[in-house]
Ligand binder design. Structure first.
Ligand SMILES: Cc1ncc(COP(=O)(O)O)c(C=O)c1O
Length: 421
């Protein structure tokens, strides 16, 4: 029997790019995917030393702290998050970043993804006054997972960046401050740093300027640190995390190798974190707490930051360098450009002369057992069409070397067929 869905139901239950992406990823990983080279998703790599730490912590709980283990499974946490985790995080940020925050400035969510659903619907969409506000994305392309998150229909305004060539093949997006569509209808500014999909890391200066702009307009600047500093710190150059009374930061345990624990963290003004606390209660009562319990001792004794610095960041930096080298080796010269790889798990490739849209390239590659993500999905919120949006793909380098190399070799063959170099 067919049932009619509400407006809300249609917006959220009607399918999306992120759904297609997560299904491709989930099935490819779950079914073993012998012949599927999964260069599409954002799944973090299993880093043996890090996986061993999570096993060690779980064993410690079971063998040495059975009561804590029982409490973890048997008790609902307060809606805001596990009190020991909140305290440990606040102390760690204050110790390392020189901030002055309290647990009241923090709220945990079931993954960073849920944090964005809450934040976008809290700060943009329809207001009591009848006013409708949007989320400003100052650099398009931006994270595909934001695209369908507004419960009241499309709410994004995205800005075309400045595109600088750094050498023959490497380009970099920069915020085009002269053309930012910010006005009284802007409810918040949001950036991922490093950016998914491009691997761009906004400079400290760009972040400062965005922060000034947000402050002037009395709106929040939301910075998504899913890959950012200080954890998981998949950032290849030094950056300074900032916080202020109008800044909201999100973090996640996912890229520490714990996506299954679904743990997101919002650091922000107390009014915003209190609202998230309330939303948690309504939507889910409480958060999953396994990630919080596992990680708390490592936040308290700073082991977590050491792991990020000494193991996680070098691991991905090496993967990025290797993947860039294979591009040179396997793709036909002159047909491609790549965004400067400054962080996260992806290479963002641009084919200025591609005779087909990358949506079609995606289909052709899928048939040959390679999954990538076509660029189109990441340009939501732009006012006008942009050719560039159909000329880019995102390629994940976190998968095993054989998978990445074989996938790139097949991509190279397709490009040769299409562009003949
Ligand atoms: C930029 C960005 N933000 C947020 C998320 C959400 O991650 P999670 O819900 O696993 O914390 C992701 C996931 O890949 C991401 O890439």
């Amino acid at each position: 029997m067919q049932f009619d869905f509400s407006k809300f139901g249609r917006v959220l239950g009607g399918g999306s790019g992120i759904e297609q992406l997560m299904d491709d990823l989930g099935y490819a990983l779950a079914e073993g995917g012998e012949h599927m080279r999964m260069l599409g998703g954002g799944n973090p790599a299993t880093i043996p030393e890090v996986a061993e730490i999570w096993r060690r912590e779980m064993r410690r709980l079971l063998d040495k702290e059975p009561q804590r283990f029982d409490r973890m499974l048997a008790n609902y946490d307060p809606c805001r998050g596990n009190p020991s985790f909140l305290r440990a995080l606040a102390d760690m940020f204050n110790r390392h970043c020189g901030w002055d925050i309290t647990p009241q400035n923090i709220a945990v969510t079931n993954g960073g993804q849920t944090a964005f659903f809450y934040l976008f619907n809290l700060l943009a969409g329809e207001f009591e006054s009848g006013h409708r506000k949007h989320v400003l994305l100052p650099v398009s392309p931006e994270y595909i997972g934001y695209a369908n998150q507004s419960a009241t229909g499309p709410t994004f305004r995205a800005a075309k960046p400045q595109l600088d060539m750094l050498d023959d093949v490497t380009f970099k997006y920069r915020v085009n401050f002269d053309e930012l569509p910010i006005n009284d209808d802007t409810g918040l500014i949001c950036v991922s740093r490093p950016t998914n999909p491009s691997g761009n890391v906004l400079t400290d200066d760009e972040v400062r300027r965005l922060s000034d702009l947000a402050k002037q307009h009395r709106i929040p600047l939301v910075i998504d640190n899913a890959y950012g500093a200080p954890f998981p710190n998949i950032v290849f150059d030094q950056v300074t995390p900032i916080w202020d009374a109008h800044i909201v930061l999100t973090f996640s345990l996912s890229k520490l190798g714990l996506p299954g624990t679904r743990t997101g963290i919002v650091v922000g003004p107390t009014g915003i974190t209190a609202a998230i606390n309330s939303m948690n209660a309504v939507v889910g009562l409480a958060n999953g707490n396994i990630g919080q319990v596992l990680v708390t001792p490592l936040v308290e004794n700073d082991e977590l930051l050491g792991i990020c610095q000494q193991t996680i960041r070098p691991f991905y930096q090496q993967k990025s360098r290797q993947a860039l080298q294979w591009l040179q080796e396997l793709l036909p010269p002159g047909t491609w450009r790549v965004h400067s790889s400054e962080g996260a798990l992806f290479l963002w490739l641009w084919f200025p002369d591609l005779p087909i849209a990358t949506a079609e390239l995606y289909q052709r590659l899928k048939q040959r057992g390679v999954l990538i993500v076509p660029g189109e999905y990441f340009f939501f919120g732009l006012e006008e069409p942009w050719d560039h949006a159909h000329q880019c793909i995102r390629l994940t380098f976190s998968m095993p070397e054989k998978t990445v190399r074989e996938g790139m070799a097949i991509l190279g063959e397709e490009l040769r067929q299409l562009m003949g170099s």
